[in-house]
Design a protein around this ligand. Sequence first.
Ligand SMILES: Cc1ncc(COP(=O)(O)O)c(C=O)c1O
Length: 335
Amino acid sequence: MHPSEPDRLTLAQIPTPLVELPKLAKQFGIERLLMKRDDLTGLETSGNKIRKLEYVLADAMARGADTVVTHGGFQSNHCRATAAIGARLGLRVRLLLRSADADPPKVGNLLLDHLFGAHVTLHDPDEYSHRREALIERTMQTERAAGRTPYFFPVGASVPLGCWGYIRAVAELVEQVGRETPIDLYCATGSAGTQAGLILGKALFRCDRWRVIGVPICDSVAYFDAALRQLIAETVAAFSLDLAEADTPIELIDGFIGEGYAIPYSEELETIRQLARMEGILLDPTYTGKAFTGMLATIRSNIIRKSATPVFLHTGGVFGLLARADLFSVPSSTP
Ligand SMILES: Cc1ncc(COP(=O)(O)O)c(C=O)c1O
């Protein structure tokens, strides 16, 4: 790994497999289509978040924290992974969750947050968006007043420390495909830490023939371009990485958000059904369904580099899929 790598806990089941999607490749008339199965980083911790938490929680433990405080949507995969790891490490977990519904169904990730024993509070979108800093500060103060040592990290653990999760994942992928192989690596971009880590890793390990392509799932390309630029610059500065801005080009593709965060659309649902039937692999309706739809549309539009193999980074989300059975009309029996 890289000499600047900070300490980490070993929490994720890695290396994750890199698999071929042969039937889909054939259907799209391309030689190879690959998937990096980061949905298999561990059952309770499945998805991309656990790679970031390895670094962030190592820091929390080193600072003597006994409580972690984080936030996200009420079906947040990041919060569920934090809750699972908190239970394993004996940390108290406080989750501040955004929910328009004061009593959302206890299914999917939210059910698991409770099963893992996390302390959950729900906050309406207005409070969550506009008064979050105060809410976090109040929560930290409450924990300190109770004699505990809380440690805060933001949604998705998308901070410079967390970026190391996907810097390390690039090193893993170099072992699997080789840095000389031209690949177009697609991922869902939600809080930007995954894509920022991939971009940094690609630069640090000199994967000059790779491209990292993010598919925004909630905010505009302009928003994520700025967010990625900032997070990359902060990480470069925090770890004194020998990189210039030109070493870390940002590529994002537009048009696959639909009407907004966690609002699926029909083409996306068709993608989820198609991958399930053709390859036996599950995508989720909030992140990977949108990103995979974006990748397939790009392949279909023929604007891909002919010389490169598309690789989809599967970042997980299965529990979010199971929470949205309502999206799929499923008969009681099929003839
Ligand atoms: C399943 C899944 N995929 C992708 C993402 C996006 O990753 P990031 O937040 O690092 O941009 C998230 C979280 O936001 C997620 O839960």
